[in-house]
Write a protein that binds this ligand. Sequence first.
Ligand code: NAD
Length: 491
Amino acid sequence: MEWMMYINGNWTKGELEKTYETLNPYDGSHLAYIYESSERDALVAIKAAKYSFYDDRKWRDMDSQTKGDILLRIADILESRKEEFARLEVLDNGKPLREAECDVDDAVHNFRYYASLIKAPYGGVYDVNSGFGKMHSYTIHEPTGVCALITPWNYPLLMGVWKLAPALAAGNSVIYKPSPYCVLTSIKLFEIFDEVGIPKGVCNLLIGGANIGNILSSSMDVDMITFTGSTKAGQMVMKNAASNVKKIGLELGGKSPNVIFADSDLDGAVEWAMLGIFLNQGQICSAGSRIIVEESFHDKFVKRLVERANNITLGNPLNNPDMGPVVNEIQMNRVLDYIELGKKEGAKCILGGYRYTDGECKDGYFIKPTIFDDCSSEMRIVKEEIFGPVVTIQTFKTEKEAIDMANDSPYGLAGAVFTSDGAKALRVIKEIRAGITWINCYNPCFNEAPWGGYKMSGIGRELGIKGLEEYQEIKQININLYPGTVGWYNN
Ligand code: NAD
């Protein structure tokens, strides 16, 4: 199969007909050659999207019932091809199969959710000041226009769908650029878009890295950019987006606190803490990468955490071990560098801390689950996002200390509190400066609820009703119920 980009309703090898290779992170074997977009291809895609939105208007003007039906067909086809998509995601990204299957399920339901939501009543009628005569004031929502969507590699299919489904439901034309590390399921998704007959130019898929991202974010013809990725790249996007004051949505990095009080259920807190940092090999923006545990509970909690994390199985992700490899060699080396840094900084590595090469893992990019104890807020491994299976542990004595430690970060994406004291849980969670929080659990994520960060973790929200509104402009319409003069001027 040839892995190509999709521009203006056509599969194309692009201007340069140039490919790059992607490897299976499980064993470093060849997976695919993928055609890369040139800067000119990006301009062609922007032009096609612009024409489809402003001139052709087929998708933009389609009634929401018909549009919703098309999104439902996409969901049905995706569901019927679940195993194919899940397996491809595993080969490309390295996540265990059951996690990839959950991603496809979530993607299916995301399309269904927005297919329904677009048919719900929206807008409002306002009782306004009538100084200038009797007015009827109301609002409508309209699509924003040409939207560029940029995503990372950790949830290749799902991160794309979180943007594509609401953007399309709202009636926009899109240019989607996934991370070049993992594009295969995105290409397959566009096969489905092609099959269901979304009008040409409405959905465009570019394949490339920051150079293509820069063209999209600085283009005067792109009305909106929504970006998921690192805070550093997000800042570039924000700067470039100033060119034409684009609407922006940013879902950025995190270094999220997981606060565990001594009155927590021990086994529950340990299992959720593991899910918080070892799910998807720790490559989750919301990962609970900073465990902040009450001093009197520390020894008991850490002992059990180490015992259980040490038993985490690593292996061929198609066979559903607990953890697969990280996405590629670059990412593996980045995480291993952080591990070395943690050791140098004086944190105590009490589990893992190395590349895992036992048995069938010998050629893959595996990292043993890694736990650093005796950490302090000044350490870089506590401050910076590692984006791998590495967790730091700090202790606190008082509730206030726990809150201060939790908030001692430029990020504000997620956070959790574990305790059996309901009032304390609510008090502490209210104080945590983060957009996604949990009490007595970690990491569940729902299509229906808004997702996004405080502080340097981003701007705006995805998912839920907010996730649709991100891709809409709101127009105020004021109707004079008594047309004619108002007698303002004397002459
Ligand atoms: P990254 O920032 O390197 O790349 C993300 C995407 O942006 C890729 O498609 C990349 O090609 C593109 N890109 C890179 N530089 C760009 C630029 N200057 N202009 C425009 N586009 C550019 O991030 P990554 O390594 O792919 O993903 C990991 C990061 O994503 C982590 O920081 C993680 O926290 C974040 N993330 C956040 C969320 C969230 O919901 N907040 C979800 C998933 C991942």
